[in-house]
Design a protein around this ligand. Sequence first.
Ligand code: SAH
Length: 276
Amino acid sequence: MSGGTVWFVGAGPGDPELITVKGRALIERAGAILFAGSLVSEAATRWAPAGCVIADSKDMTLEQMSAWLIAQAGRCQTVVRLQTGDPGLYGALIELVQPLDAAGVPIAVVPGVSSAMASAAAAVESLTLPEVTQTVIFTRMEGRTPMPEGESLEVLAAHHSTLCIFLSITLMGRVTAALTAAGWSPDAPVVVVHKASWPGEEKIIRGTVATIQGLCREAKIVSQSMIIASPTLGARHWETLAKSKLYDASFTHKFRRASTKPSLITDLPKDLPETT
Ligand code: SAH
C-alpha cells in the first residue's frame, strides 16, 4: 500500500477557472479523481494528467464511493474527490470522511467558491451592507432532508437579513410563502441566479416576493439555482447608501490615522483589517 491521501476539493460553482490554485494543482497531480456530476466534470477532465483514473459518482451509493476512494488511495499518492462549490455546504462531506477515517486513510479538505458567492458576484450584489444587514444565512427549504427545530425558512426569514437559499428552486411557492409569513413585503426584492458562473449558461432573474415565482416559471428555471432574498438587493442603484466605516475619512484603525480630508482609494492600506 502506498498510503495516498484523499483530498476533498471544492471545484467552485461551475466556471472551471473558479477552482482555487491549490485545487487545480491537486488535480494536475492526481492519480484518481471522483467527481460529483456534470457540474464539475469539466474541471476534472481539463486538468487531470494522462493516465488519471476519473469516475463520476452520480450513480454510486455512499458505500461505493468510499470503497472507491479507499481502493484508489491504496494505489496512488493523490486521490481527489471533486465537489461543487465548497465541500462544507450540502456536500455529504462528513459521511464520506468517516469511512476513510475508519480505514486509516489520511484526508484533507480544500475549500471552494460556493455558488452563494458566485451568485452574488454574478448579480453584482453585496450580501452585507452597513446599517442594512450584517448577517448572511445559508439555508434551504425542507425537502426530503428535514429541517432541524427552529430552522424553518419562516423562522430564519424573521431576521430580515440576507438569505441564500440552496436546493429550493422547485419549491419557490413555499419560499415566497415563508418570506410573506415572516413579514417580508410583496415588493421585497429577490434574485435567482441559475448556473452562476457557467460560461454562456448563467441566467439572472430579478423579481420580488410577489413576482419571482412566475418569472422563474416563464424562464423555465427548474434546477441549479440560488435564491437570494435580501434587503441589500439592488443597492448598486440606490441614491443614499450608508458608507462603510473602514473607508470613512474620520475613522481610525491600526493601518491608518483619521484625516479630515476624504481619502482616495489609492490611499488605502494594502492589508486591510478584518472589519469593514
Ligand atoms: N457545495 C455547493 C452546494 C451544493 S448543493 C456550494 O457550495 O455551492 C446544490 C445546490 O447549490 C443547488 O441546488 C443550487 O441551489 C446551488 N448551486 C450549485 N451550483 C450552482 C450554480 N452554479 N449557480 C447557482 N446555484 C448553484
